[in-house]
Design a binder for this molecule. Structure first.
Ligand code: DLZ
Length: 159
């Protein structure tokens, strides 16, 4: 099956639920920081554009994507309406890509089972830097924007 490569970050403002009273934590991996900073900017701008107040958004930095799960656990202590995990894992010559990608996706899934707070997977898993660039504000949009919209929708479910 082929995937049509379109910009997945275009959203319709009228479909976005009311954000009154919602708060968000964004956990940002510092590995491949040029990519994750663009993802973060996409996410925070989207939250603010959708009406979330700056003061209701908290940022936690962690060294790499592997640490996102623990970072999200820390973020959960302040009971935000949703947590967004942002990371960029890029394939190299060793198996790190498989181990880290698998651990992070399983870890975030576990948090969704255990916590009463939705935790959103805003992690790019790419074969190379060009693919990551294309998806962090490039020609295929910004995964951070998608993560923010997902977080709002999931937080709204939990009201
Ligand atoms: C070690 C490592 C490598 C090789 N590559 C990445 C990567 O592409 N993306 C990423 O977010 N993190 C990477 N890391 C760091 C690990 O996520 C983790 O921070 C370290 O293994 C320390 O636990």
């Amino acid at each position: 099956m082929t995937t049509k490569k379109t910009n997945l970050s275009e959203y319709n403002n009228t479909d976005i639920p009311n954000v009154n009273g919602l708060s968000f934590s964004i956990v940002v991996s510092q590995w491949n920081l040029n990519i994750t900073e663009n993802l973060f900017q996409g996410a925070i701008k989207t939250l603010i554009d959708c009406g979330v107040k700056k003061g209701d958004i908290n940022r936690i930095d962690v060294p790499g994507s592997f640490e996102l799960v623990y970072g999200a656990k820390i973020a959960a202590r302040s009971k935000p309406s949703a947590i967004i995990c942002i990371g960029s894992i890029i394939k190299g010559e060793t198996k790190h890509f498989d181990f880290i990608s698998q651990s992070v996706s399983n870890g975030i899934m576990d948090l969704n089972i255990k916590l009463d707070i939705p935790v959103v997977f805003g992690v790019l898993t790419d074969n190379n830097m060009q693919q990551a660039t294309n998806r962090s504000g490039g020609k295929y949009g910004n995964k951070g924007v998608e993560a923010a919209i997902t977080a709002i929708k999931m937080a709204h479910l939990n009201i």
